[in-house]
Design a protein around this ligand. Sequence first.
Ligand code: SAM
Length: 398
Amino acid sequence: MYAERQYVETQISALEQIMFTEQYADKVIERVLSEQPYWDLLKRKTFVTDTYNIIRWWRKLTVALNGDDNKSVLVWSIWGAYQLLSTSKVPDWPEFKSLDIDKLNNNLAQASIAQVNSYPDWLWQKASEELGEQWPLIAQGLNVPAKTYLRANTLKCSLSDLKTSLAQEKIECEHLPSSEALEVTQYGHLFKSQAFSQGWFEMQDAGSQQIAQLLEPKAGQRVVDACAGAGGKSLHIAALMQNKGYVLAMDIHQHKLDTLKKRAKRAGVHMLETREIKNSKTIKRLKNKFDRVLLDVPCSGTGVLRRNPDAKWLLKSENINALVSLQAEILQRYSQMCKPGGRLVYATCSILPSENQQQVQTFLANNTQFKLVEELHLQPGINSDFDGFYGAALERQG
Ligand SMILES: C[S@@+](CC[C@H](N)C(=O)[O-])C[C@H]1O[C@@H](n2cnc3c(N)ncnc32)[C@H](O)[C@@H]1O
């Protein structure tokens, strides 16, 4: 624990911005760290881990302090309760005088399961209804801090080249036997490394890396990534195709595609084009044009709560209902881009069946020319140490 006044005040201010002004945690943390260039690596890492943990456990900490979570609490008290419950220590400052570990534990002993696991009631209930007895395990799995994974850009280097290069800058990685990903085990300035400036890697969760694999893109094919965002998966697809063929990356947001263009340049990808989706004609014109179609649709993000714990508090049940309708529409309309004989992958970073297999089952019932050939369920707490992902590979019959 860093018990320096300036450090703690900085953390409290970051927490206030995240929890009370609805700014994304990763953006606030990035800004704070850029304002503290003299903090060493350990201090930076502790700041990131603790800030995410406090956000993750916000509801539990509030209930521990108050006995319920109807009344607001001071962020100082939340910070103190977190330290006391996780390290049994708290600085001897006036702000923490009234904190008492026995009282915190007594309050928690009477709390509900959603409170103890620190989820909003509506989400606990919805996920319980959809996932039954799997949910409490997944809920715990999603409360584990996220690890950092890298994808080696095989257009420029091998996994072992990347590992060696990073080790020279004191960044240690381990190759995970079950995947192509590298897990970062000893941190350093990843984005200032030579390997990064040369485009040797992308930071990408190991689960996310399985989605492009599921698409099975081959060199020389025509592939569309229709919800490409900033292109994490488009770049992986290009690497799997050895930079041969054609990748069209589309999104409704041009600014994301602009970021993708910069990333593609750094990664040495030169067979990728971007196109903004302005209206339904953009998709209609591409009917039957692609061997591979990736639909990495907008979703609740409930699979990536390890990485984005603030989403627990930002997400609303009505957002999920709107997303489910949008996903069904995207799947129905964009699937027309797949050639007969081609492969389509529908993917989400959600753990909810209503966004995953139920969407695919409804689509298959209405589109008998498609057949399900493979399904991927990555469920933290059940079968995965990565983020939660779902993918369904469908083949369009010839
Ligand atoms: C899950 S994110 C994609 C992440 C990206 N594939 C990656 O690997 O980095 C979903 C994307 O869908 C985009 N999107 C939202 N509505 C869309 C629509 N109607 N058509 C296409 N893309 C859409 C969002 O802008 C967002 O970038």
